[in-house]
Structure formats: structure tokens, C-alpha cells
Design a binder for this molecule. Structure first.
Ligand code: GLU
Length: 304
């Protein structure tokens, strides 16, 4: 890899980008893709692409292909083949079976309407489904084992979360679809991911994921939760807020990549703003400094 540093004897770094293909990528997702790519490449690591398409109604046909074209346009090439969650049903089932055997998961027949006034699901079905005649979801037990989950986030520092306050998260939905929390943990372990770099909107999901790793006997990766990007309207960039799709034309991609590097605190040379993508990425890989990331959310200055 040109311009990358090789760390002697360090463990092999495996990073990943794991978008939900519910539509094209926007500038906020570019930051996550770019930071995780740089973080892996700067340490001669591998960088994997996984489509989190376990919720088919949310994933229109063709969205994964657009995402791949967008990443290519920004020079963010992945290693190996693209992984699709819809291929891994049996892996998720095996993990759920293990959790059930270990007393860490239970069937829950309650509907959201019945408990949502309480904020967090109160665990009514822990001793057996309250309504055995209904379809049921599967939930993680947060009332067994250590209640606190701690880790060192690479940007946000020491994290200390109380799991029972977050509640018994759903692992498999009542409609039979797998939930993000279980799938992401099984896949990161299956793919040997060592470093997770993603948006801070997922920070409060991490305690559940670490508990699942512990319960399934997986290693816990390093976590780095990135600042969120705030758009002109003062809101977090997201598909729901109709953030514009990333462009594919090189002339538009170049300054946008430069802006993304700037928002990641990497101070790319101003003269690189219109430089070819490979030149910008080589310089950024050589100079990657994760501790220059901003401690708070960042504002996008130009609209994509
Ligand atoms: N699929 C998730 C999303 O698009 C990201 C999952 C992750 O990075 O852990 O928000």
C-alpha cells in the first residue's frame, strides 16, 4: 500500500465499513467510510465492506451497487468480496441458540405498545412469554452478569454504561427478521474485525454489543466513535433528513474528499483541494492522526 506505515509485530488490523443499503451514501456516511479506511490503511490493515441488509423492506434493490460505486469514486476500495448480511442467517441462528443455552436470551411476546410508556422494556417475559399464543421476539437479558460495561473509546475516552438502564434489546424481531445488534456482533467476529470506526450515533449501542461479545466468547474490538456532521439546517446529516447523495463525478468528489479530511481534523494541504483522489488519499494515509479528531460534532460548510 503506497504511503502506509507498517507497524512491526503489531496485531493485524482489520477495519470495516458496514452501511445499511437503504439508499445512497451521504456526506455523514463518507466520514465514517473515510475514517475507518484511513485508520486501517495507515496501519497496513485490511478494510472490509459489509452490506447490512437484514431488513429487506428498508433496502431497495440497487442501493448496494450505488454505494459501491460511490465508494469507488472516492477511492475507498475494499479488500476481498463484499459481504452481505442476508447470506448469514444460519450464523445468526447459531449465535442465538448459544445465547439461549447460556441463559442470556429469552422469547418475548409483548408488543411495543404495551410497554413503551415505561421507556425501556421491563423484562416481563424473562420467566416465560406472557402471551404464549402470540409470535415472539428474542431479547438479550441485561439482568444477569455484570451490570456495568466499560471500554476506552479512542476518541471519547473512558466509557461507563449501565446495561440494565439500556434494557433487554431485541436480537430477533417478532416478524422473524434479525436485529442489528446480534448481526453486527456475529459478523464483526466472523470477519475478524479488530477496529470499529463509526459515527457517535451508535455509541449507546456499543454496551449491548460488548455484552453480546462477552456472552458469545468473542474478542472485543477497539472502538472509535466519530463526531457527527451537522448540516446547514442544524440537524445531523442522515437519510431521514434528506441529506444529499454523494456525487460520482470526479470534479465534485475531489473538493468533497478534501472537506471530509478537514472535518476529520486532518488539515490536508489547501493546494490538494482539487488534486486527484489517489494523491489526497496517499497524503492523508501517511499523515493519519486519529487524535486530531474533533471532540464535538462538526458542521459541514459546503453542501454536497
Ligand atoms: N449499518 C449501520 C448503519 O448504517 C452501521 C453499523 C456499524 O457501523 O456498526 O448505521
Amino acid at each position: 500500500m503506497p504511503g502506509s506505515k507498517h507497524i512491526e509485530n503489531g496485531p493485524a488490523v482489520v477495519g470495516r465499513f458496514a452501511p445499511t443499503p437503504s439508499g445512497p451514501l451521504h456526506f455523514g456516511s463518507l466520514l465514517a467510510a473515510l475514517a475507518s479506511w484511513l485508520d486501517a490503511r495507515a496501519r497496513s490493515g485490511r478494510w472490509l465492506l459489509r452490506m447490512e441488509d437484514i431488513d429487506p423492506p428498508r433496502c431497495p434493490p440497487g442501493a448496494s451497487d450505488i454505494i459501491i460505486r460511490q465508494l469507488d469514486a472516492f477511492g475507498l476500495y475494499h479488500d476481498g468480496v463484499v459481504d452481505y448480511q442476508h447470506d448469514h442467517d444460519s450464523d445468526y441462528q447459531q449465535a442465538l441458540d448459544t445465547l439461549v443455552e447460556r441463559g442470556m436470551a429469552y422469547p418475548c411476546s409483548c408488543s411495543r405498545k404495551e410497554w413503551q410508556h415505561l421507556g425501556v422494556y421491563p423484562g416481563w417475559c424473562r420467566q416465560g412469554p406472557l402471551h404464549p399464543e402470540r409470535n415472539y421476539a428474542w431479547r438479550l437479558r441485561t439482568d444477569v452478569g455484570e451490570s456495568d460495561i466499560c471500554w476506552q473509546d479512542r476518541r471519547l475516552g473512558h466509557q461507563h454504561w449501565s446495561l440494565p438502564q439500556l434494557g433487554d434489546v431485541v436480537l430477533k424481531r417478532r416478524d422473524g427478521l434479525w436485529a442489528y445488534q446480534l448481526a453486527v456482533v456475529v459478523d464483526d467476529a466472523r470477519q475478524g474485525v479488530t477496529d470499529i470506526v463509526r459515527g457517535a450515533d451508535l455509541l449507546d449501542n456499543t454496551p449491548w454489543q460488548i455484552r453480546l461479545q462477552q456472552a458469545l466468547g468473542y474478542a472485543t474490538p477497539e472502538y472509535l466513535h466519530l463526531p457527527l456532521v451537522i448540516g446547514d439546517n442544524g440537524q445531523k446529516l442522515s437519510k431521514q433528513n434528506l441529506a444529499p447523495a454523494l456525487p460520482l463525478q470526479d470534479s465534485a468528489v475531489r473538493p468533497l474528499l478534501h472537506e471530509a479530511l478537514t472535518l476529520l481534523g486532518q488539515s490536508p494541504a489547501p493546494m490538494l483541494r482539487h488534486a486527484p483522489i489517489s494523491e489526497q488519499l496517499n497524503a492523508a494515509t501517511k499523515d493519519w492522526q486519529p487524535h486530531f479528531l474533533c471532540p464535538h460534532d462538526v458542521q459541514q460548510t459546503t453542501s454536497s
